[in-house]
Design a protein around this ligand. Sequence first.
Ligand code: HEC
Length: 108
Amino acid sequence: MTTRLFLSAVVATLVSGAALADGASLYAEKTCIACHGKEGKKPLTPTYPKLAGQNAAYMEQQMLDIRSGARANGSSAAMKGVMVNPEGDQLVSDADIKAIAQYLSKLK
Ligand code: HEC
């Protein structure tokens, strides 16, 4: 538990220090890249959204809503399993979401 807290503190420091680089590695680590493609530009299927250059605040809200289930339209169920496990534990934290949204919004 102490280790977890310590790691969270380190991650929080990294996020505030280097949001851009951290968002890029989270995007790969959390498997977003599998469905949304390299740099959010080449989705797995034409019906999955491109994310590069999208507004950060908008993306952040969509990710929070897909994770909570508030957004459950279309094929959001495909993504929900990456955001939260069946027990309800968040797999992508609020800080992760913020960092990834910042990273993606800056891509052209
Ligand atoms: C299994 C495939 C899959 C994975 C993995 C996945 N997504 Fe998605 N994502 C989708 C689909 C499909 C949608 C569109 C949902 C809908 O139709 O409402 C979506 C929607 C989104 C949206 C909203 C886009 C918009 O224009 O409204 C964002 C932002 C997003 N994903 C980011 C991410 C991030 C960041 C990750 C990694 C943490 C991720 N996704 C992982 C399939 C995936």
